[in-house]
Ligand binder design. Structure first.
Ligand SMILES: Nc1nc(=O)c2c([nH]1)NC[C@@H]1CN(c3ccc(C(=O)N[C@@H](CCC(=O)O)C(=O)O)cc3)CN21
Ligand SMILES: O=c1ccn([C@H]2C[C@H](O)[C@@H](COP(=O)(O)O)O2)c(=O)[nH]1
Length: 262
């Protein structure tokens, strides 16, 4: 069994067995549990689910849109055939002052890379998309909103804090795309990838997704994890393209269609 699936499916099972049934902003109720955590050693494994197909390219394109392009343009994502933000597009074609916009506003990536290169003992290395004055200017408050970075013994460790996690849709994307981000940042700072810890404050399954999750749980053994290939020649974070990031030998048990609540 793939370790990513083992940790992920354990949380899913916990939510279905013991989750608290509650309403929320979207009007579609969820089963939820607080404080769920997954942890991966990126030197040993690449975390992507194999118990269902996860759109690796879509997830990585979204991550590059936020951190490399530092863009809020949904139209730009659509040009790359990514439609997961369509429902949140404002009339101007953007998601407003959220995600990539906030990264750019405070030059957060440049500051992180500079600290990792020049002062890796720093204990203040944080990317924080939760910028209170700009929250209401965005179409959605950021969910995976903070990463805390650490260098220990030449290894780059990253903790992702997610305030709200849609286990069937958002979380499989988030775990994989942030693992890729750690690999990319490690490569351009001459560090080895280390621990990736994913903390989810409110981990939930919308009630119209329960059937899909039960199907995923009932599937047979999840195939072993694929491997991530990154073009070793890229030394500048902003030079990475999708051609430089590839998943090799991705075996999975097939797509499961689930609904997104807006
Ligand atoms: N309720 C909700 N859940 C989310 O995960 C979510 C939001 N809202 N709002 C903002 C973004 C948009 N995200 C999304 C939206 C849709 C999919 C989705 O439909 N995924 C499909 C395939 C999509 C594709 O490859 O084009 C999946 O099966 O993973 C995933 C993440 C993550 N975020
Ligand atoms: O990267 C993401 C973005 C969004 N989500 C999910 C989590 C929630 O289901 C919704 C956001 O609704 P809120 O009421 O603002 O919490 O989107 C995710 O899992 N990952």
């Amino acid at each position: 069994m793939n370790n990513a699936d083992r940790q992920y499916l354990k949380i899913v099972q916990e939510i279905l067995d013991h989750g608290y049934y509650d309403n929320n902003r979207t009007g579609v109720s969820t089963y939820k549990l607080p404080h769920q955590i997954m942890q991966f050693d990126l030197a040993r494994e690449f975390p992507i689910l194999t118990s269902k197909f996860v759109g690796f390219k879509t997830a990585v394109k979204e991550m590059l849109w936020i951190y490399r392009d530092q863009s809020n343009s949904v139209l730009k994502l659509q040009e790359e055939n990514v439609h997961i933000w369509d429902e949140w597009m404002k009339p101007d074609g953007t998601i407003g002052t959220a995600y990539g916009w906030v990264v750019r506003e405070y030059q957060q990536v440049d500051k992180l890379i500079a600290a990792l290169k020049n002062n890796p003992q720093d204990r203040r290395m944080i990317l924080n998309l939760w910028q209170i004055p700009h929250l209401d200017g965005g179409s959605l408050y950021p969910c995976a909103f903070m990463t805390l970075w650490d260098v220990t013994d030449g290894r780059l460790n990253c903790m992702l804090v997610q305030r709200s996690g849609d286990m069937p849709l958002g979380v499989p994307f988030n775990m994989t795309q942030y693992a890729v981000l750690v690999h990319l940042i490690a490569q351009v700072t001459d560090l080895a990838p280390g621990l990736f810890t994913h903390v989810i404050n409110n981990a939930h399954i919308y009630e119209n997704q329960v059937e899909g999750m039960r199907e995923q749980l009932s599937r047979g053994e999840a195939p072993e994890a694929p491997t991530l290939w990154i073009n070793p020649e890229i030394k500048n974070f902003y030079d990475f393209t999708m051609d430089d990031i590839k998943l090799e030998n991705y075996q999975h048990l097939g797509k499961i269609k689930m609904e997104v609540s807006v």
